[in-house]
Design a protein around this ligand. Sequence first.
Ligand code: ARG
Length: 455
Amino acid sequence: MWKGRFQTDTAPAVKHYGESISFDWRLYRHDIRGSIAHAAALEKAGILTPGEKQSIESGLLAIGAEIDRGEFDFSIDLEDVHMNIESALTRRLGSTGAKLHTARSRNDQVALDLRLYLRDEIDAISSGVRALQSVLVGLADTAGDAVLPGYTHLQRAQPVLFAHHLLAYVEMLERDLGRLADTRTRMNVMPLGSGAIAGSTILLDRELVARLLDFPSVTRNSMDAVSDRDFACELLAALALLGMHLSRLGEDSILWASSEFRFVTVDDAYATGSSLMPQKKNPDVAELTRGKTGRLYGNLLSLLTTLKGLPMTYNRDLQEDKEAVFDSVDTARAALEVMAGMISTLTIHPARMRAAADDANLLATDLADYLVLKKVPFRDAHEIVGKLVALAAARGCGLRDLTLPNFQSVSPVFEADVTSVLDLDASMPKRAAIGAPAPDNVRAEIARWKKALHA
Ligand code: ARG
């Protein structure tokens, strides 16, 4: 492509060092779509005749179909996807094909292709997030009023509905969707026409190109447009957070499936065995999701680091954006798919959950609230209940085994109605504030999510 200026061929090692076709070939559909829109602008500017524009379009579509069928020969001599496709076109069409790259550089071309590609990927990832939300809401619905201990510091804290725990993840995923949508909006600006750095002396209708490619607007500064990868960083950041959420869901699932908890059983299809220990059934899907979150973080850091010292404008370093972006997109899509499969096939064990939750110590805060309602200041109530918990522990029993005189020995405020406070089923509906896990609230939240996810 630069044969005019150079006397010797590129060194073989440099070809291998610099080629990106081995991974950027996956941009081919978007590259072709962008080139067809560019050809329309060239036609409007009188650079291409209508006939030439038509043959470029059919030539590009034929090349796309060849790639689809796996029959296209990508060559590292042609470095990247842009030059492979352009050169195939010129092989087909001769001088007509050689006109396509007028008023365009690979610098604005790759900026366009990446935006087009990532726009589609964001849509696919967002559907994956929606699907996982539906699975979580479905399981919450199945779980009904199943109650389990909620944990802080991984110590039993207060009883919650299992459905409430699942809906916490639905909320996280909703924020992920918001970040993906925001990223898409900022990404959705058309850079073609920026040329290598300074546009072109040949004036093209950039807004026509934007309309043909479904962009609501065009970039306003050619230097920014060819050097900007903010949109890729934003996406990698959004995917890092999504990965963190999936990792935490994985970690919760691993705990729930352990013999110590036994709140759920992972389906055989989403578990693996041990090559040595015949009894083992391991939650590898959840573990791999937790592990792969490391790559999502790494890809973000890798791209940020690539960008930080670059002088304006395009520098070849920018080619290093692609593998990070592709890996994060692939990892996120795969993780969403397998996690949805694993969650949708979980067997839950409400009786085990309840046995763990039905420990009166988990209602110690309810007991303090009982005293507060009898006008004891909360700090005093906290201390009184703390003494009762210590008393029960010293006797090797639970709070429910203490007698009314025991209670009254610590505070005279206790009356016979104290026993009703330590009833798990009676305590759940009291957590009725917006966002708290009273069964009626949780049912309403499930209904709200079902409606939202259906819409
Ligand atoms: N493969 C290159 C990339 O991914 C395309 C742009 C190359 N531009 C250039 N002037 N070498 O960034």
